[in-house]
Design a protein around this ligand. Structure first.
Ligand SMILES: Nc1ncnc2c1ncn2[C@@H]1O[C@H](COP(=O)(O)OP(=O)(O)OP(=O)(O)O)[C@@H](O)[C@H]1O
Ligand SMILES: O=C(O)c1ccc[n+]([C@@H]2O[C@H](COP(=O)([O-])O)[C@@H](O)[C@H]2O)c1
Length: 192
């Protein structure tokens, strides 16, 4: 079984994430997509970060009803900040029969050379990259790389930051979120 790992803080998960994951599940050879909720991304400062449980709950609600999409709390028990290589090593030991691939936007590919042990990641795992508008360039070492696959998923320019800021200003953000996620945010008074 081929699992595509979609790492993120998901603070909150939004329809951009879901559309990408569903596209990968339906239009690539990946059998399942796991949304790995990251407690602490190595490059990200914690600003208005909800706790792990609440971010996972939103991913759980967003993926309910999608057979191929699953929430994953695997990084909750691993050391922080969460380096992807450590999580991959842990997962591969826990599920030796599964093949784990990474899903990432082109924005993340542009900084992949700064990730811990990125060469080792590429040695052992395939990367499925979807287009995303962003500054910077992809390093030439990643051009035509046999492990890097570009998938023509739709470009969805929505960000969790924009959603959080909009909620704070009292704007309506409902079209950008699955209804069950919006209901949770509203009930819990998050991001206000
Ligand atoms: N609209 C989008 N379309 C495609 N990929 C996205 C979109 N938003 C985020 N991503 C990607 O999804 C992964 C997880 O997203 P994450 O929650 O960490 O980021 P984000 O939505 O950009 O959040 P924030 O605005 O809080 O930085 C990251 O690799 C990010 O690049
Ligand atoms: O392993 C690393 O060195 C590394 C460095 C930066 C980011 N990552 C992973 O990439 C994911 C997306 O990163 P970010 O900062 O765009 O949210 C994040 O959740 C981490 O799992 C991993």
């Amino acid at each position: 079984m081929k699992i595509g790992l979609y790492f993120g803080t998901f603070n909150p998960i939004h329809i951009g994430h879901l559309i990408i994951a569903n596209h990968m599940a339906e239009h690539s050879d990946l059998d399942q997509i796991w949304f790995v909720v990251t407690p602490q991304s190595p490059f990200k400062v914690k600003t208005s970060m909800l706790n792990n449980h609440d971010r996972l709950e939103m991913v759980y609600r967003a993926t309910e009803g999608y057979d191929k999409l699953r929430p994953s709390a695997i990084e909750f028990g691993l050391p922080q900040p969460n380096y992807t290589i450590n999580t991959l090593t842990y997962l591969q030991e826990k599920y030796p029969k599964y093949e784990f691939a990474l899903i990432m936007g082109e924005d993340n590919l542009k900084s992949l050379h700064k990730w811990k042990n990125y060469e080792l990641i590429l040695e052992n795992h395939h990367l499925y990259v979807y287009p995303r508008l962003s500054e910077g360039v992809v390093e030439t070492q990643f051009d035509q790389h046999p492990k890097i696959h570009h998938v023509a998923a739709p470009i969805m320019e929505i960000s969790s930051t924009f959603i959080r800021k909009s909620i704070k200003k009292g704007k309506n953000v409902q079209p950008m979120l699955p209804a069950s996620v919006w209901n949770y945010i509203d009930e819990m008074h998050f991001y206000r």
